[in-house]
Design a protein. Structure first.
Length: 249
């Protein structure tokens, strides 16, 4: 995500949290334990290091072994990690997103919600705003069966401070291959909670196949009142089976 600007999508139900985000122009960063995948961010670190020690050699094996004899490291790292905030998006292209019924079903209230299109400025995320708002990283999610042990054995930094920092990123951007259809990207903060948008703007609101007219009217009114230059569109059935089409409104 090092381009001048980039687009990410977020599927939402129409509820009080969406209304608050529109009025306050915020994104919400959840703590790792609130993520919906029960395996997400729940890798047993001690067991992973124990497995890595078996495969590692030389100085790396000695360094990894030293973590296992330092219980304070695990305690301090977990305390910091548990406070971090994650905001998840889909990075699918428009064409792929429009055909992805699972995303609408899983995250947009069975097609009764919305898909929000956000425009980001990468320089803001990784520059001054990173210091002011404690942005840690913005990266694509990797879908791997076992990412931690190969990283520990291969190129994990052995300095304890750098190790903890990179470990948190790896925990927060690795998921099971079963979730690969989401094509997820994540922005990570040092703390959870609402995040005031800056150099990030809501570019489009797309309503689902089943979005109620009252909900449409409410979202349009709020977006026009509190956001800037938002476009609106509506999903509809395509000409072939199991296909979507988007219509500007």
């Amino acid at each position: 995500m090092d381009n001048e600007s980039f687009v990410l999508y977020k599927y939402r139900a129409i509820n009080k949290w969406l209304i608050e985000s529109l009025i306050n122009q915020t994104l919400y960063f959840a703590t790792p334990d609130k993520l919906n995948d029960p395996f997400d961010c729940r890798i047993d670190l001690q067991k992973a290091i124990e497995r890595a020690v078996i495969s590692a050699t030389g100085d790396r094996r000695d360094s990894l072994s030293s973590f296992l004899t330092n219980p304070e490291f695990f305690k301090n790292w977990r305390a910091t990690f548990d406070k971090m905030g994650v905001c998840s998006f889909s990075k699918k292209t428009v064409e792929e997103t429009l055909m992805e019924t699972l995303m609408w079903a899983h995250y947009a209230d069975d097609h009764r919600g919305v898909r929000l299109k956000y425009q980001f400025r990468a320089a803001s995320l990784m520059g001054d705003m990173a210091t002011a708002q404690e942005i840690v990283t913005s990266q694509d999610v990797e879908y791997l069966d076992d990412s931690l042990v190969p990283w520990l054995v291969g190129n994990a930094p052995m300095d304890m401070t750098e190790f903890a920092k990179e470990l948190a990123k790896r925990y927060l951007r690795t998921k099971s291959p079963a979730w690969a259809y989401e094509q997820e990207a994540r922005i990570i903060r040092q703390k959870s909670g609402p995040f005031k948008l800056k150099d990030v703007f809501l570019a489009e609101v797309c309503f689902g196949l089943r979005t109620a007219q009252d909900d449409r009217d409410l979202v349009i009114k709020l977006a026009q009142s509190y956001c800037h230059d938002v476009k609106f569109s509506q999903m509809e059935r395509g000409e072939t089976e199991f296909r979507f089409a988007k219509k500007a409104t």
